[in-house]
Design a protein around this ligand. Sequence first.
Ligand code: AMP
Ligand code: ZN
Length: 475
Amino acid sequence: MKVYNTLTREKEVFVPLREGEVRMYVCGPTVYDYTHLGHARTYVAFDVIRRYLEHKGYSVLMVMNFTDIDDKIIRRANETGEDPKELANRFLKFFLEDMEALKVKPADVYPRVTEHIQEIIDFVKKLEEKGYAYEGNDGVYFEVRKFEDYGKLGKINLEELKKGARVEPGEGKRNPEDFVLWKKAKPGEPKWDSPWGEGRPGWHIECSTMSTKYLGEQFDIHGGGNDLIFPHHENEIAQTEACTGKKPWVRYWLHTGFVMVRGEKMSKSLGNFVTIRELLERYSPEVLRFFVLQRHYRSPLDYTEEGIQHAKNNLERLYHAIENLRIALEKAEMPFKWGEEEFELYESIRSAGKRFHEAMDDDFNTAEAMKPIFEVANAVNAYITKVEKPKASVLRKALEFFRMIGEVFGLFEGYFKEEGESREEELIELLIQVRSELRKQRNFALADEIRAKLREMGIQLEDGPQGTIWKRINV
Ligand code: AMP
Ligand code: ZN
């Protein structure tokens, strides 16, 4: 498997540091507004990367931070008159709801800055002890010139950078290129005690601190949108490698392309965004995932209504193929003999599976990986139209193919994963109703039998004042 590494600007063979395990950190949102399609693109892309790694048999430890204190949050809170903490909590909750709606698998840890202040202070102290950080009148700064590898991710020339930057009046940094690690509190701002007086962390330090806390001093994948390459990730590298002395800190840097609106990046600050909530009123989560996955994660993605509509139509073609398969299975025959059509369909599924994996192994190329999926859909439809008595075995192979695609892309949920479970739940509810009816008719023997039989199957019924509830037990 190969992945494109922003650090080397090359596709490299993917070898995680520990066999069978991938440790992965994705920069999370600054929570002061609703999640928009740009965020969704980035997080769905990393969700599919994670799902594919799991599909390949890796155990993935995934961490995503929340920037829940920052200039933008404070500014927005001042505008709305809300407490910054309340504001951040509100949008953090909305973000998690949006991700759940989009079927993005949850991270294993969601570290919040405000819960890691001590760790951040300790990190800054270490940088100070090692001579990389100094205290100015308004904060603690990282001295960029001390870190000789500076610029390696963003391909930044330090001399050029110095020319472009300047020290603002009142700023306590020694050199224009230095960046802040700890900001001393201004009146009315949220603040925490520290060896440098009351204040709060700078932006970049949180990701160095929290990623190494949960994933160790070296780990496999660090990701985010393209706009984070410089300065955010560049500064993260400088801080972390300066602190630990270990290189490289991160093996593979992955960055997603922007969602664009008429040639401009979709962003909160430009105000040209469409929120996930608005989109979910018009489209299903799977349509939005499908829209995003039709492009490779590094390519820009133009947001247009026609584009999403197109994705919807394409996804529906796949739904139809799955529906056709399920209807055909009902009248399918035992495979006592395979004819030419069965061999053909089988071959089409086999070769599509191979090409799907090749495309995904090539830097998670979901755009290429889509093609064989449509080929199988077409082959299935052709087989079902042509063959009067389809064979169950090849139909099942096709269903298995779609199930596998569904697991990796987070699609077709209504057809596979949940369906079995929700059908079972409906049946249990029905039995509970029947039993309650029987009890009203004083047919306790039969009511008890239902309860006992369910128990044998690992379903425990409990009668209470609100009616009967059920739970699964180990039998
Ligand atoms: P923010 O909340 O702005 O810090 O963004 C959170 C994540 O979403 C970062 O990884 C950004 O790079 C990413 N992001 C923001 N806007 C876009 C966009 N228009 N397209 C793709 N990713 C984006
Ligand atoms: Zn970050």
